[in-house]
Design a protein around this ligand. Structure first.
Ligand code: ADP
Ligand code: GLC
Length: 482
């Protein structure tokens, strides 16, 4: 099959979160199964320079206000990319793909990402280049108009899929842009792109795509309820027959403790003494007391309301009283930044906070910590707990979304049977989190139970192979019904 991914991020070219990890890895897993997959992505500054074997794929004379080229190329990791070179839309100097800073959006984002959908639809219809996909697979709101443009064109068209990585980001824009976005007046309807008086890019995809997926079975159920549905639960219930939850994997080359070049010492399940060395180096680098027996909890996260880290701040005194240390790497909300900075300042040998984005440090956190905490209010899949499992960095997670689907809670039965891989808590409250953190500290103190749990965690296989097969089955099913 020929499959076109349309997305706004892909590792290793541009990343603000797990979307990039998925778009950077799943196409390669599909290619390994014999499929021809290309990832369509805006050529933000620097993207073209990082592609090898560049060739011209197609030209567009007018892409929402200027000419554009689509260039084909390949990343060092072996990802086949089609980059939309449209300087009038994407040549903005910023380290962030969506705005001048992480918290501010560019004013023309409706055009910048409608263009992504438009080019995907042109490639899908065979009007932009000779390579024509059987499947157009769009990701999140930024690519949400691709299924809409294709459905509205009413020609022979590829089958379309939208994957929801996060329902909280919907891409809502003023209806006055309708004509500029090349959407007919008739599409501005409940059975169309309209969402509470605005144009909704994600809403459009949920209406027009042939199939909807999200990134875990539990989140697929949750988003059909008012509590997690962000106003779209009605539509999702209506489409529940075409909605699946397929778990994400992790890139097992990028996240492999036995070959991780960022780590002071590479290690595996049978050489955990080297993980202890990584812990000491990390404690030292962060200014924490170098205590081998103090349980070290870490966080690697966007600092946003979704991630529930305010609960962790509140639970911190209890965690410290139990003799544990905490290391946080994250960027985002000012309030959480202030909170974690203050906690680190008050007890620099027990709590460390590194603000910002740091790929290398994220690996060293996984390689050197004992636990990773993910107390999210909602979590479509979550990837840091999966990396944590692979690195023997035991997850402590809220029982929601993909966190519920990937971590086996250390309740008495699971401990007795030796199947526990982490700690879950519910409901989403400080008390429940605190309780899970203290349970974790208690197991850590029992070295036989702890080592068994760590080994069990490391033996779990969260590579992409199984999920890639599920996507293939889904694509084949859609093509068979054409
Ligand atoms: P989300 O996509 O909601 O942010 P995920 O857990 O799916 O959450 O993915 C987050 C990804 O971003 C992981 O690969 C994680 O390691 C990475 N990450 C998050 N914060 C940082 C940071 N401050 N520095 C480096 N990597 C980070
Ligand atoms: C989103 C979600 C996260 C998921 C990622 C990749 O950013 O918040 O849970 O793992 O997408 O699908």
């Amino acid at each position: 099959m020929k499959i076109l991914f349309a997305a706004s991020e892909a590792q290793p070219l541009v990343k603000t979160g797990g979307l990039a990890d998925v778009v950077g890895a799943l196409p390669r897993a599909l290619a390994a199964l014999g499929h021809d997959v290309k990832v369509l992505l805006p050529a933000y500054p620097g993207v073209l320079d990082r592609l090898r074997t560049r060739t011209m794929h197609s030209n567009l004379t007018d892409l929402f206000g200027g000419p554009a080229k689509v260039e084909a190329g390949r990343t060092d990791t072996g990802l086949d990319v089609l980059a939309i070179d449209a300087p009038h839309l994407y040549a903005k100097q910023s380290a962030h793909p969506y705005g001048p800073s992480a918290s501010v959006d560019w004013e023309d984002n409706h055009l910048r990402f409608a263009a992504l959908g438009w080019v995907a639809s042109a490639i899908g219809r065979g009007t932009a280049g000779a390579w024509v996909p059987d499947i157009v697979h769009a990701h999140d709101w930024q690519a949400g108009l691709a299924p809409a443009y294709l459905a509205l064109a009413e020609e022979m068209r590829p089958r379309t899929i939208i994957t929801v990585h996060n329902l909280a980001f919907q891409g809502l824009f003023d209806r006055k842009h309708l004509a500029k976005l090349r959407l007919p007046e008739s599409a501005f309807a409940v059975e169309g792109v309209e969402f509470h008086g605005q144009i909704g890019f994600l809403k459009a995809a949920l209406h027009y795509a042939d199939h909807i997926t999200t990134v875990s079975p539990t989140y697929a159920r949750e988003i059909q309820t008012p509590e997690f549905g962000a106003g779209l639960d009605g539509l999702l219930r209506h489409r529940s027959g075409q909605l699946d939850g397929i778990l994400n994997g992790i890139d097992r080359d990028e996240w492999n403790p036995e070959r991780d070049r960022y780590l002071p010492a590479m290690y595996g399940a049978h050489s955990l003494a080297k993980k202890a060395h990584n812990k000491a180096v990390l404690q030292e680098a962060l200014g924490l007391a170098v205590e081998p027996r103090a349980p070290l909890f870490c966080v690697i996260s966007r600092l946003s309301h979704q991630k529930g880290l305010d609960l962790l701040l509140t639970a911190l005194p209890a965690l410290r009283a139990a003799g544990a240390q905490l290391a946080v790497l994250g960027s985002g909300d000012a309030e959480l930044t202030v909170g974690f900075s203050a906690a680190a300042k008050a007890a620099p040998t027990r709590v460390a906070f590194r603000s910002g984005w740091d790929e290398s440090l994220s690996h060293r956190f996984q390689g050197g910590s004992d636990f990773i905490v993910v107390p999210s209010r909602f979590e479509p899949c979550g990837l840091t707990q999966l990396c944590g499992l692979r690195y023997g960095t035991v997850p402590v997670v809220a029982r929601v979304g993909g966190l519920a689907d990937t971590v086996i809670d250390a309740n008495e039965a699971a401990l007795a049977d030796g199947v526990a891989t982490g700690f879950q808590f519910a409901p989403q409250s400080t008390d429940a989190l605190q309780n899970a953190l203290l349970r974790a500290v208690a197991v850590y103190a029992r070295s036989d139970a702890w080592l068994q749990m760590q080994g069990r965690a490391m033996s779990r296989n969260f590579g992409w192979e199984r999920s890639a097969l599920r996507y293939v089955a889904l694509y084949e099913g859609l093509l068979a019904r054409r």
